[in-house]
Design a protein around this ligand. Structure first.
Ligand code: GMT
Length: 374
C-alpha cells in the first residue's frame, strides 16, 4: 500500500511512534510518504520505499500566525495526486486530523477517495485538544476520521469522556522493535557518569510541567540518602531552570548530570539501573517502555495509561501522583540487592517484549485493509 503519514517530526512520543511505524511498514513492503515540516528525527535515511515531503509555510506580513494546516492540506493533496497514495494516517489529532479532513474533501471533488486513520496520542486529547479554543474542531475531525485509534485503554476512556465521539475507538498500543535494540556497547561510557559502586538512575523527557521534574529530583534525593547513586537527565524543556535551582538547594550538583537532547538514549539506558517517570499525565509512557526493553525497572505514577505499561511489582512500581515518599521506598526496594534488581530487570524486559513491533504493527495493517475495502 502507499501510505501518507502525518506527524510532528521533532522530539516527542507521537513523532517517534509515527516514524518507527513508517519504517516498519516500509520493511513489510509498503511505500511510505512522511508529510511534515521537517524530516522526522528518527528517520535517518530515505529510500525508494520511504519518502519525505516538506510542508513549507512562507512568511507573509499579513499573517500574525502562519496557516500551517492550510499548507499541510494543500501539500497532502499534491502528494496524494503525484504518488497515488492509498490512505492517510495522521498522528496527533491537532491539527493533523483537521488538515487531513480538508485534504480528503478537496480530493473528493476530483473523484479521489482518501481514507484517513487518526491515532490519538495523549495531550491532543487530555490537555490541548479539550481546551475550548480547539474542542469543536478536534471533536469534528475525530468523528470525520474513517478509523480512530488510541495508544491505550486509558486514553480511549478519556476521549469518550471529554468528547462527543460517534465512532468506535480501537486501542493499538505503542511498540518497540526489540530485535533492533543495541543491547551492549563496547564504548559503554558508564564510567563517565558513575563510579563502579554507584547506581545509575535515569529520567528521559521533554522536561515539561506534566513530567513533574521536581519530583524526579526529590525521589532521587531520597534514594541517594540510602545508597550511592547518580541521576542522569536526558532531554530539554521549560522546567530545566527550576530543576537546576532545586538541585543546587539540595546540594546535589555533583550527583545530577543533564545530558540535554540526545539521540544516544539507547546507550544511556543500557547502563541504567532505574528509570523515573513520576508524570502527572501520561497516556502511554513510551519512554518507560524503551527503558524496560533495555532491562531497566520503572518507578512511575499510576496516571493514565502507565499501569498498562509498567506492571506493578513486575516491571517496577506505581504510586499516586506526587507521592514521592512511596516512590523513594519502592526505588530503594528495587535497588536493595543485586538479586532483587535482577528480578525487576527480567520483569521489565519480559513485559516490554509483549509490546514488540511484531505483535503490534500487524494490527495497524489489518485496520488499513479494513479502511481501504469499500
Ligand atoms: O508528552 C510527550 O512526551 C509528548 C507526547 C507526544 O504526543 O508527542 O506524548 C504523548 O504520546 C506518546 C506516544 O504515544 C505517549 O507515550 C505519551 O504518554 C503521551 N504523553 C502524554 O500523555 C503526556
Amino acid at each position: 500500500m502507499k501510505i501518507a503519514i502525518v506527524c510532528y517530526p521533532t522530539f516527542g512520543g507521537s513523532g517517534v511512534v509515527a516514524t518507527e511505524l513508517g519504517i516498519e511498514l516500509s520493511k513489510r513492503g509498503h511505500e511510505i510518504h512522511f508529510v511534515t515540516y521537517k524530516q522526522p528525527v528518527r528517520l535517518e535515511y530515505l529510500s525508494s520505499s520511504i519518502h519525505y515531503h516538506e510542508v513549507l509555510v512562507p512568511e507573509y506580513p499579513l499573517f500574525h500566525y502562519q496557516p500551517y494546516e492550510l499548507a499541510l492540506s494543500s501539500k497532502l493533496v499534491k502528494v496524494v495526486q503525484n504518488h497515488k497514495i492509498d490512505l492517510l494516517h495522521v498522528h496527533y489529532a491537532i491539527p493533523h486530523a483537521y488538515a487531513g479532513f480538508m485534504a480528503q474533501q478537496m480530493l473528493k471533488e476530483q473523484g479521489i477517495s482518501l481514507p484517513m486513520m487518526t491515532t490519538l496520542h495523549g495531550t491532543d486529547i487530555t490537555l490541548v485538544g479539550s481546551h475550548s479554543f480547539y474542542k469543536p474542531a478536534v471533536n469534528f475531525s475525530i468523528n470525520k476520521s474513517d478509523i480512530v485509534t488510541s495508544v491505550s485503554e486509558s486514553l480511549k476512556r478519556d476521549t469518550l469522556e471529554k468528547f462527543d465521539i460517534q465512532k468506535e475507538i480501537e486501542v493499538v498500543p505503542n511498540f518497540i522493535n526489540i530485535s533492533d535494540l543495541k543491547e551492549s556497547f563496547e564504548d559503554c561510557k558508564r564510567h563517565m557518569v558513575a563510579d563502579e559502586d554507584e547506581k545509575v538512575i535515569t529520567h528521559v523527557s521533554n522536561l515539561r510541567p506534566v513530567k513533574r521534574l521536581e519530583d524526579v529530583i526529590h525521589i532521587f534525593n531520597g534514594i541517594h540518602q540510602k545508597l550511592k547513586a547518580k541521576l542522569v537527565i536526558v532531554g530539554d524543556g521549560p522546567d530545566r531552570e527550576k530543576a537546576n535551582k532545586l538541585i543546587k538547594k539540595l546540594n546535589l550538583k555533583d550527583k545530577v548530570i543533564f545530558l540535554g537532547k540526545s539521540n544516544d538514549v539507547e546507550r544511556i539506558l543500557c547502563y541504567s539501573d532505574l528509570f523515573l517517570l513520576p508524570s502527572e499525565r501520561e497516556s502511554f509512557g513510551l519512554a518507560a517502555l524503551e527503558a524496560m526493553a533495555h532491562r531497566t525497572p520503572i518507578i512511575s505514577t499510576n496516571a493514565g495509561g502507565l499501569p498498562e505499561v509498567n506492571l506493578e511489582g513486575i516491571s517496577g512500581h506505581l504510586s499516586k501522583v506526587g507521592d514521592v515518599d512511596h516512590m523513594i521506598a519502592n526505588g530503594i526496594k528495587i535497588l536493595s540487592t543485586p538479586e532483587i534488581l535482577e528480578k525487576y530487570k527480567k520483569g521489565a524486559r519480559e513485559t516490554a517484549e509483549k509490546f514488540d513491533v511484531k505483535h503490534i504493527v500487524c494490527r495497524y495493517e489489518k485496520l488499513y485493509a479494513k479502511m481501504s475495502s469499500p
